[in-house]
Design a protein around this ligand. Structure first.
Ligand code: SUG
Length: 451
């Protein structure tokens, strides 16, 4: 493919993670309030997958570019074998169900659905070589997520296969380089095709032990974000590293995308998102070379607790062509928290920056701490990059119908922790995923297809 013409039109493409057939509530994520609160409840993989697909389809219908990213193979037998379980695959499942339920739960999590944690993407307009750089997140801070990167890397390579993409290895799997991907990275810009400023938010700088959270883990380190900015060839004048407010992490804000979201020149955030808000503003303005637009929500209007409960900031901030104000996609929970509902009503009617607020039912994912923004990975793509996407992952009516059918055929209506010990579940999942790789034309990305 010829080098990308920087004058060609660029679009933000939202790739939504398809919820996997083992979606369940295992209470695995310490520091993620919803995950702990819902641990042990009955989940509905079918509802979860349909809720996610309907959100993606609704955005496609509104005229946005929309893609999908397939889920991962779970339960992950390969990991259970590494942990000492042996015999046939059904025996590995039975043994682990008997002797180490927590490990079986971890390797059965459908957590790859939250593709905002899949990787960090730097679009071609920001990088030294004019290519789009992608680094899968190592996700070292939670065991159940730390097993995602190898398959994530293969899936991303299959989807973004053109020469204009550079795929990096995940950072070394050490707590020093704990990286959770796009959930802690926001790109602001005047236009998608022009160079932008990258905001990396970290919870731990590994230097000052007293500055971090006291109760819950910081899941992104400064050295990790610095390494990504370096290897992606970002211009240091256009990169901002900001400390997340440690108090917010201790209240359940385990990623920056639970408390802030940005798009174009607009940053929408809670007052307590950053350790030093003024410095974030001035560095972003410098990097943008223009006036930063800000919507800052004060604690007096929406408490941190209400922000976490409603996931107000885990929203999608979408630019609508030819419209001044943005579209804000929020979870239905925002209707149920009075302070947030009231705030959104005022925002929609009074702010010139937001035209419309739209609510979506993503309850199944929300119960594990994953809102609209967690479920999508934003990739700025040129027209050429979109045209060169060989995999059938860009959502259109036929693909939407196929995915709905596929979910209807292969997904269970309900799943409990004890169902994870059923070896039939493994077979069901493999059959479903094998079919999906053919549907999406992404090749053999799963371990069970490769070994
Ligand atoms: O990593 N929950 C995920 C939620 C990730 C949300 N992503 C973003 N904010 N971008 C996590 O904590 C819970 C799984 C369980 O408990 O069963 C879980 O992994």
């Amino acid at each position: 493919m010829p080098p990308i013409n920087i004058h060609s039109t660029a679009y933000e493409v939202n790739f939504d993670g398809i919820v996997g057939p083992t979606h369940n509530y295992a209470g695995l994520s310490f520091g993620n309030v919803a995950s702990i609160e819902h641990g042990g409840r009955v989940a509905s993989p079918k509802q979860a997958a349909l809720q996610g697909l309907e959100k993606a389809w609704a955005l496609q219908q509104m005229g946005f570019n929309q893609g999908v990213i397939p889920p991962q193979e779970r339960p992950h037998i390969h990991t259970l074998r590494k942990l000492g379980f042996s015999g046939s695959d059904p025996e590995v499942i039975r043994q682990s169900a008997r002797r180490a339920t927590h490990l079986l739960a971890a390797v059965s999590s459908a957590s790859s659905m939250w593709v905002a944690n899949a990787c960090t993407v730097s679009p071609y307009a920001d990088t030294a070589d004019g290519k789009t750089h992608i680094t899968p997140a190592n996700l070292t801070s939670m065991f159940h997520r730390s097993i995602e990167p190898p398959t994530t890397g293969r899936i991303l390579k299959a989807i973004f296969s053109a020469d204009s993409f550079v795929h990096h290895e995940p950072l070394p799997a050490s707590s020093s380089f704990s990286d959770e991907g796009a959930a802690n990275h926001t790109r602001l810009c005047k236009a998608y095709s022009q160079s932008g400023v990258a905001l990396f938010v970290y919870g731990d700088d590994l230097m000052d032990n007293t500055a971090g959270p006291k109760k819950y883990p910081a899941r992104q380190t400064l050295p990790a974000s610095q390494a990504i900015a370096r290897s992606h060839g970002l211009n240091p004048q256009k990169v901002v590293f900001a400390r997340q407010n440690p108090y917010a992490i201790d209240q359940g804000v385990f990623h920056n995308d639970v408390i802030a979201v940005g798009n174009h020149e607009l940053l929408f955030h809670h007052e307590l998102a950053f350790a030093d808000t003024q410095s974030v503003y001035s560095q972003l303005s410098d990097g943008l070379g223009s006036e930063l637009q800000v919507i800052k929500v004060p604690t007096a209007v929406v408490s941190l607790e209400d922000a976490v409960r409603s996931y107000l900031f885990n929203s999608q901030l979408l630019s609508v062509p030819d419209q001044k104000g943005a579209l804000l996609i929020v979870p239905r929970e925002c209707l149920e928290v009075p302070s947030v509902h009231e705030y959104l009503r005022a925002l929609e009617s009074e702010s010139p920056l937001i035209d419309k607020v739209q609510f979506f039912d993503l309850r199944q994912s929300m119960n594990n701490g994953g809102g609209p923004a967690c479920l999508r990975l934003r990739v700025v793509m040129s027209e050429q990059q979109i045209a060169a996407t060989d995999a059938d992952v860009l959502l259109d009516a036929p693909l939407y119908r196929q995915l709905r059918n596929w979910i209807g055929i292969h997904y269970r209506d309900r799943l409990t922790m004890s169902d994870l010990g059923d070896p039939n579940l493994l077979d069901e999942c493999r059959t479903a995923l094998d079919e999906l790789t053919q549907l999406l034309q992404i090749g053999s990305v799963y371990d069970f297809q490769r070994f």
